[in-house]
Design a protein around this ligand. Structure first.
Ligand SMILES: Cc1cc2nc3c(=O)[nH]c(=O)nc-3n(C[C@H](O)[C@H](O)[C@H](O)COP(=O)(O)OP(=O)(O)OC[C@H]3O[C@@H](n4cnc5c(N)ncnc54)[C@H](O)[C@@H]3O)c2cc1C
Length: 299
């Protein structure tokens, strides 16, 4: 009996709502934390068998990116997601997918609608991202024009069907906000890769909401040891480049030499990587600075 049998029973077919009309739900699982441990022991031998050792082994695998034991676990989901979000999701090629066909069936009569307080400005620092919320009165106007467009495009679609246009052609002007549904099956290693990228603050809010629902509400309870290791070594960990390490070493030496504990931005600029010197803007330097602020080394 898998160690997560009770959680699987509780979660199977339970629709977890996402956005205004979407959901994710667990359909099937093959494996639990133990399945990862069992696969790893083929390579590491029987040596350690206690529960506390299972946790240590999983953490070791995650730390050292020994990922094949995680591929022994398979999970199948059903999701309902707007097509623009699905377009980002489907870029993850390591899953098996079967999607609702709008050639065989009428397109799902639902589109993701944006509430007046949910419209976001274009980010100024990141060309791909969003910034602050737009003012409420403008938001209300945008939501009203969105509703008008959705109604018009659906009416046109249905009119084409009534007139005998093939479903595969009638659908061409439906908006990207139209919901689609798909079965999505993936192994645990590639699912964690998806979650690391799509739960991240750099991912678009909408796909982030789906990834967070999958991760926090399904993966976390089903694989508590794997999830803990994933959070510690991937999701909330930090990557240090050779350049970052050089900056940290020089900054630590500078502070020690001057008997100080906190560095200023002038100190940081003084010990920056030589390849960044003279550049008014440098993304790598900005990211290094952010890491030092997170450490508390830089104010
Ligand atoms: C914040 C963000 C912004 C993005 N912006 C853009 C963008 O502007 N434009 C754009 O086109 N995409 C963009 N993407 C998509 C991104 O480039 C990847 O296509 C997507 O994240 C899938 O990642 P993946 O290939 O690692 O995942 P998967 O397809 O699940 O693959 C997992 C891993 O398997 C291996 N793999 C799979 N297939 C192959 C293959 N054919 N050859 C070699 N190795 C393979 C790779 O190691 C890969 O990392 C963005 C993604 C994110 C998260």
């Amino acid at each position: 009996m898998p160690t997560n049998a009770a959680q699987v029973d509780e979660l199977r077919w339970k629709k977890i709502p996402v956005l205004d009309d979407g959901f994710v739900c667990l359909v099937d699982v093959m494996g639990d934390d133990q399945a990862v441990v069992q696969a790893a022991r083929v390579s590491y031998g029987e040596g350690t068998k206690k529960v506390s050792d299972d946790r240590g082994l999983i953490r070791y695998l995650m730390r050292h990116r020994h990922t094949t034991p995680l591929e022994m676990v398979e999970i199948k989901f059903l999701c309902r997601v707007p097509m623009d979000t699905w377009r980002q999701w489907i870029r993850h090629r390591t899953a098996n997918v079967n999607e609702y066909s709008t050639r065989y069936s009428l397109a799902i009569d639902a589109a993701q609608r944006t509430a007046p307080n949910e419209w976001r400005t274009q980010a100024t620092t990141n060309r791909q991202g969003s910034g602050d919320p737009l003012p409420a009165d403008l938001g209300a106007e945008l939501s009203a024009s969105e509703a008008e467009l959705l109604e018009k495009s659906r009416a046109l679609y249905e009119k084409r069907i009534e007139l005998g246009v093939a479903r595969e052609q009638a659908r061409k002007d439906l908006p990207l906000s139209t919901y689609t549904e798909a079965y999505w099956k993936i192994d645990l290693h590639n699912l964690l890769h998806f979650l690391a990228l799509r739960m991240d603050a750099h991912a678009q809010l909408e796909v982030r909401e789906y990834a967070t629902a999958l991760g926090e509400q399904i993966v976390r309870p089903l694989f508590p040891l794997v999830w803990e290791a994933f959070v510690d070594y991937r999701r909330e960990s930090m990557f240090l480049s050779r350049l970052d390490i050089g900056v940290i070493s020089r900054l630590t030496a500078l502070l020690a030499e001057q008997g100080r504990t906190a560095a200023t931005d002038d100190d940081f600029m003084a010990v920056q990587d030589p390849t960044w010197v003279g550049m008014a803007r440098n993304r790598e330097r900005d990211e290094c600075r952010e890491k030092l602020v997170t450490f508390g080394m830089l104010k």
